[in-house]
Design a protein around this ligand. Structure first.
Ligand code: SIN
Length: 533
């Protein structure tokens, strides 16, 4: 057993920024299941939303966030996060992150601010179209320089250890974590009274997603099994513009392109989104994604197109080099051809329920970033608010963690039991794991995606129940592997999404059901909260 003052699970912006601050107060372990650079953060293209110009204001950013969130964002949470943005940006810059700049009319350098859907002002700080990669590499470099941080790569967090699991009747709290060392195959016991989940989202629960392979909802599933409350999982945000191509499946075409005037058009070049919302291609994401979904279903065409050909080639290649080059390699010249796109699962607006300091309902456990549900995103996240949330709430969480020690300090001296694997053998039926994995992703896409119905949700729930039983059987009978652990988490998270979606009998934000097409503020202006106890 090894003890740390803080255990951080996950290596995106939330986890790394928490660790960089926490290491000044004690020892930190960062557990991450692949190489640390494999995170949702590293894939973020657009940028980080933050008020930075005199033409903008916190009030406007708050209003835009509330508007996108469709009535479910608590204003105090939004205001706290938005108004602490500039200080958090200064910290990122201090850690070495470079955002694109330009000269203003008087030749004075200033930040080049982009615009995305739902924002009434330019306020997106970016680094070309690879902002996440810039943040990830700079924060990781700072972590590597810190002596007080153990970066445990290829460690898969299996489960949280709680006093309840250890058989203590009183004061349930989190006291550590079991993690599979993927290189040795051994399970390690890591001890801490302060565990911070920063594991990102669960896009991989869907067949089509903009998320990297690591996004399998591990944090939500672990927190749920440990007894923490989960909220608003029905609000899965679908990004309107994932590249439609038979070779490249999860490549995002950033919304920032629409901020630079790109329009969504049909195969004849006609702008169809304005018929759904007067803001057209720059309307909030839920509206645009549904418009595309309807257009595809109505016409039978496999995709729609994003047209940025009004911009000069030099501008596209300079501002969006990653997209321009990737498309060119696939035979699409964005300067002359509209880019084929489809919506795909992109962001989990719900998650482990926390306050604005990342504190969960389970003492000793905090959650920050996409894994968490602070309420900032309400029923539909405003573009580029997520990196902001990660870096601001991780700061607030550290302040909270430092003032929250267990009332009963005896848990600090607890000797935690080692992991018991019993008489299990290696999984001999990997094919079954892959089959179940595919089945979950396909059924979630077919039954629980952009537009839902009660009947489809019921079908999904029944299938998931069976799959869950099978996966549990595997889990208890075989030696754990990363594939099996991901499958176990995936089926758990899929079940939570379906459960939340079935409870919400209205349409709001990212949750749209044909059986309850209206928004019903009288009954449903509230979070969907799941609790095991
Ligand atoms: C994008 O670049 O379109 C993604 C930004 C986001 O999801 O916040």
């Amino acid at each position: 057993m090894k003890s740390y003052d803080f255990i951080v699970v996950g290596s995106g912006i939330a986890g790394l920024s928490f660790a960089l601050r926490a290491c000044k107060h004690g020892s930190v372990a960062i557990i991450t299941k692949k190489e640390a650079v494999n995170s949702n953060t590293a894939w973020a293209q657009g940028g980080i939303a933050c008020v930075q110009s005199d033409e903008d204001s916190f009030d406007r950013h708050v209003a835009d966030t509330l508007d996108a969130g469709a009535g479910l964002c608590p204003e105090d949470v939004v205001r706290a996060i938005v108004s602490e943005g500039p200080d958090a940006i200064d910290e990122l810059i201090h850690w070495g992150v470079e955002f694109d700049g330009r000269e203003n009319g008087d030749g004075i350098p200033e930040l080049d601010l982009g615009r995305e859907g739902g924002h009434t002002k330019r306020r997106i700080l970016h680094s070309k179209d690879t902002t996440g990669r810039e943040i990830e590499t700079k924060l990781l470099a700072a972590v590597h320089e810190s002596e007080n941080i153990d970066l445990l790569e290829h460690h898969f967090a299996i489960d949280l250890i709680t006093t309840a699991k250890l058989g203590f009747a009183s004061s349930v709290r989190c006291v550590g974590i079991y993690a599979l060392n993927e290189e040795t195959g051994k399970v390690r016991t890591l001890r801490s009274d302060r565990v911070i989940l920063c594991t990102g989202g669960s896009g991989r629960v869907y067949l089509y997603t903009t998320n990297p392979k690591v996004a399998t909802g591990d944090g939500v599933a672990m927190a749920w099994r440990a007894g923490a409350e989960i909220a608003n999982m029905e609000f899965v945000q679908f990004h309107p513009t994932c590249l439609y191509h038979h070779e490249v499946k999860s490549f995002l075409i950033t919304e920032a392109m629409r901020g630079e005037g790109a329009k969504l058009v049909d195969k004849d070049g006609k702008d169809f989104v304005t018929a759904y919302d007067e803001r057209g291609s720059l309307a909030p994401r839920d509206i645009v994604a549904r418009a595309i979904d309807r257009e595809i279903k109505r016409t039978g065409n496999p995709c729609v197109f994003l047209d940025i050909t009004h911009q000069p080639k030099a501008f596209i290649a300079e501002r969006f080099p990653n997209i321009y080059e990737t498309c060119l390699r696939l035979g699409i010249n964005a300067a002359t051809d509209p880019i084929p796109v489809v919506p795909a699962a992109h962001y989990q607006c719900g998650g482990v329920r926390t306050n604005v300091d990342g504190r969960t309902s389970l003492p000793g456990l905090w959650a920050v970033g996409e894994v968490a549900c602070t309420g900032l995103h309400g029923a539909n996240r405003l573009a580029s608010n997520s990196l902001l949330e990660g870096v601001v709430v991780s700061r607030r969480a550290l302040v909270d963690v430092l003032k929250t020690l267990p009332a009963d300090r005896t848990t600090e001296r607890l000797l935690l039991p080692e992991w018991e694997s019993g008489e299990v053998t290696d999984v001999d039926e990997l094919v079954v794991i892959y089959h179940n994995w595919d089945e979950i992703r396909r059924l979630m896409w077919d039954y629980v995606s952009i537009v839902r119905t009660t009947k489809r949700l019921q079908r999904a729930a029944t299938r998931l129940q069976n799959l869950r039983r099978e996966v549990q059987e595997f889990y208890w009978n075989f030696r754990v592997t990363p594939e099996l652990l991901e499958l176990r988490n995936l089926v758990e998270v899929a079940t939570l999404i379906v459960d939340c979606a079935a409870r919400r009998k209205e349409s709001r934000g990212a949750h749209c059901t044909l059986d309850y097409p209206e928004t019903d503020d009288r009954k449903w202006l509230k979070d969907t909260i799941l609790s095991r106890f």
